[in-house]
Design a binder for this molecule. Structure first.
Ligand code: HEM
Length: 410
């Protein structure tokens, strides 16, 4: 299991309305969120952080231009200082007009790439991964995280970006190191911070090389699109391109890994739901949306208030930090009936697992088709959990499993 950093529990209690490293919270945070929500949809911690648990208030904040990143002080660790002394922000941490400009270019490149055509690739990779894992395991257990949940998104992203085979394994390792480092630095060990920073520097280098090559020999991959994409006379600078591709890799890897892992654990714990899915294989897309709601990989989205404003009757000052607890909003009893139950054919309000508003996940179509391919293939097998409570990774923003051992019982 990944080590949790040694932090003063007193500090954590002042900063957050829960202890993210408490084993009971890691195993099941939803009763803790429910207890916080009982005090109202918005609460303030002693260190002044606003914690939002309600779906309606979270949605309103995500759509409200009075919340953003401002000077970016809380996320400056993720910025890149360039040779000419300027700073490039990953667009996930930028406000308009910078965010609007880069997002438009990336959106256009994604549209040109026609991600939906990658469905057949996802299905083929899942089949290969399952066959290889079964051949290797024989009658023994298979760890679904190592066998499918990790390699599949890695291979999909490498296909999307056109990463050559010889770099592929290294790209996956680097994406994972960066993804771990998405938690605030004070919650990470010094080794994790160093690994994240080294990984980012190495990826910038690789992507720079690939971009150079695609400039002269364009392909049909996303890097080639990003090199040439133009919108309103604007293009990405080489530094912006490296930072943007690194963001795509880090934002898309662990999230998809954990949607597959969390979703499969939930499914295997609810055999009647697995039976329903087997009887309705064409409903895998709604099933994956419910998995995203039930145990979202991204548990928290942050914002900074850019102006004096009110949320749920509370006065928020410019510079105040707001933490939207997506896991809590996804289990909000005001919005979801019986939220603690996985109900694959659930209808009604969209969950916030991919965010909302101007920063809505740009990779959602890819994430959805990747997870759907994995869930379709895995739910068709007779799998049995080896343990009811597999080990969790002690991250705060990203919720996921360290392993998911199963047995094939046919
Ligand atoms: C199950 C998988 C995924 C989940 C749960 C997820 C979740 C999210 C969430 C919650 C946000 C909003 C962040 C905010 O408002 O601050 C977001 C944004 C983003 N996601 Fe995803 N994501 C997933 C997969 C992907 C993939 C596969 C990619 C890339 C290929 C990707 C790239 C991004 C980017 C670039 C943003 C920033 C968009 C912006 O700021 O305009 N994500 N994602």
């Amino acid at each position: 299991m990944t080590e949790a950093p040694m932090l003063d529990p007193g500090f954590i209690a002042q900063l957050l309305p829960f202890d993210p490293f408490d084993p009971a919270f890691l195993a099941d945070p939803y009763p803790v969120y429910a207890a916080i929500r009982e005090k109202g949809p918005v609460t303030r911690t002693p260190l002044g952080l606003w914690a939002v648990t309600g779906h309606e208030v979270s949605s309103a904040v995500l759509r409200d231009p009075r919340f953003g990143w401002g000077d970016g002080a809380t996320v400056a660790d993720h910025f890149r200082s360039t040779a000419d002394g300027s700073v490039v922000r990953p667009f996930i941490f930028a406000d308009p007009p910078e965010h609007t400009r880069i997002r438009a270019l990336v959106g256009k490149a994604f549209a040109a790439r026609q991600v939906d055509r990658m469905r057949a690739t996802a299905e083929r990779i899942v089949r290969e991964l399952i066959e290889a894992a079964r051949a290797e395991a024989g009658d023994g257990p298979i760890d679904l995280m190592a066998a499918v949940a990790h390699p599949l998104p890695g291979r999909m992203q490498n296909a999307l970006l056109g990463v050559p085979e010889e770099y592929a394994a290294r790209f996956d390792e680097l994406s994972a190191d960066i993804a771990r480092g998405l938690d605030p630095s004070f919650l990470l060990t010094p080794e994790e911070v160093a690994r994240r920073d080294q990984a980012r520097a190495e990826l910038y280098g690789y992507i720079g090389e690939l971009a150079e090559q695609r400039r002269t020999e364009p392909g049909t991959d996303l890097i080639s699109e990003l090199v040439s994409v133009e919108e309103g006379g604007e293009q990405l600078t080489p530094d912006e391109l490296e930072v943007t591709c690194t963001l795509l890799l880090s934002a898309g890897y662990a999230t998809t890994v954990n949607l597959i892992g969390n979703g499969m654990l939930a499914l295997l714990r609810a055999p009647e739901q697995r039976d329903w899915l087997r009887a309705h294989p064409d409903q895998v897309s709604v099933a994956v949306e419910e998995m995203l709601r039930f145990d979202p990989p991204v548990q928290m989205i942050s914002r900074v208030a850019l102006a004096e404003t009110e949320i749920a009757g509370q006065l928020v000052q410019p510079g105040d930090q707001v933490m939207l607890l997506i896991g809590a909003a996804s289990h909000d009893v005001e919005v979801y009936r019986d939220p603690e139950r996985l109900q694959l054919d659930r209808e009604g309000t969209r969950n916030l697992g991919f965010g909302l508003g101007p920063h809505f996940c740009v990779g959602a179509p890819l994430a959805r088709l990747t997870a759907q391919a994995a869930v379709s293939a895995l739910s068709a097998l007779d799998l049995e959990l080896v343990t009811e409570s597999p080990t969790r990774v002690p991250n705060i923003i990203m919720r996921g499993l360290a392993e998911l051992p199963v047995r094939v019982v046919d």
